[in-house]
Design a protein around this ligand. Sequence first.
Ligand code: GLU
Length: 543
Amino acid sequence: MIRPDETGAAGASRYTDRLDNRTTEANRNDMTDALDQTGSEQSVRVRFPPSPTGLLHVGGARTALFNWLVAYGQAPREGKDGALILRIEDTDRSRFVEGATEGILDILNWFGIHWDEGPDVGGPHAPYIQSERTELYQQAAADLIEQGAAYRCFCTPERLQALREEQQAKKEPPGYDRRCRSLSQDEIDVNLAAGASFVIRFAMPREGETIVHDLIRGEMVFQNVTLEDLVLLKTDGYPTYHLANVVDDHDMQVTLIMRGEEWIPTAPVHVQLYRAFGWEVPQLAHMPLILAPGGGKLSKRHGSTAMEEFRSQGYLPEAMMNYLALLGWSLDGETEIISKAELLQHFTLERVSPSPATFDYAKLRWFNQYYINHVLELDDLTERVVPFLVADGLVGITASDTECEEFARVREVTAILKDRIVLLSEAPDLMRYFLQDELDPFDPASLVPKKSDRATTKATLQAGLAALQQLSVANEAEAEAKLRELAEAQGIKAGQLFMPIRVAVTGRTESPGLFETLRVIGDDRVRSRIASAIVMLDAGDPD
Ligand code: GLU
């Protein structure tokens, strides 16, 4: 990736200024203009700033993906330098989870996106972890106090609690009553001299309105009287999300902020903060919500929500990417299977919809099965199946041992089962009878076809075994022809012979086609399993 030039933010500001007083349609045109500018100021700098509070939610992954697609797809296609910045927003120390940052970087790598600047790769605006940048925020807060755009608030938690209760009792909207906004310098000095702890609050304009221009939603107007004097710097010296996010997006020369719709309420506050600092507001685009099936917020109650969970269940990153891209964006309203390369070729912010998207687990499973069955090359698929088999103890190889015999065997099994694998984690169970010497115990009654009995089944299996001893299952066509002949000679339907053989060699009533199954299991195991089934029928009670 070419490094963005220093003029990126200034370049973006021109478009921001021109966005005033437009309708949604007009904003969309501006967006095209913004991304279509020619000349030397051609940076589109986007960012993904997760908070390390746990696993990466699918909604976060979708936001990361859209940012990545703008930086590496849309921007370069339009002749601009795109850059994606990964920043860790860890200033809420009460929600910080040890190891979460590493987990997020790891799962994003698995997902298949990368970035130009971030905690692991560095960059011109390092550090990219907010807890390592606290001085910057403290300075910024001090600057705002200096200009009268922020103030120290000495209100105690007890007073704030009492205030909340009073507001509740009076059915008034909750919020800070701005008491400390009008403290005199003397009062402030007395508090400071007494060592009283304080937060720094933003002095939000109390009149007028704040207009937020959103590239997806058009103009959103907020009455300033409804906006609170939010805390910027906490008593522990850490900034809140609002201050750190604005300071960093400016410092890192972000030109376009793409984030989830749930952040819309913070947008007017941020716009006001940019103004107070005298900085240009980056362009804003809020991605549509991802709803649960049947509506409401997607949560654990509906199924997995974390990318790590999908990975461990054996979803493919390709399928996840394809599916998540379609949550809020579409190529033409129809096409479903879209590769990563095609996404990079076609993704545009203009086609991101403001309407919420619904997360459909069944559809995601469908994508996964499609990628397993139709998209991945067999070797590639086999390599991805192997770790699940290893974890189950079915094989003892590593996915990179692609030259060994065991890998070849797994590849053969994968080839005939790939149209049945929906999740890679299902592979061990589906493959067990191909890979183990011994079958898992099964009910001998399942050997007996409907309308038949044990004695007949035993005789049928004995005849089948005798036939199979005269040929090799390696030749599927021959094995099939011989067994069909045998059924005919015995005056039974082919199914009455095939069924018990299938159950005898697999232990199950369902498997891939019988003759490919026999071929992959191989002569020795086929013969010995049929012989064991005959013994099982003997051992049971006669019907
Ligand atoms: N740290 C915020 C989060 O966890 C980032 C929101 C934003 O993109 O501004 O989602």
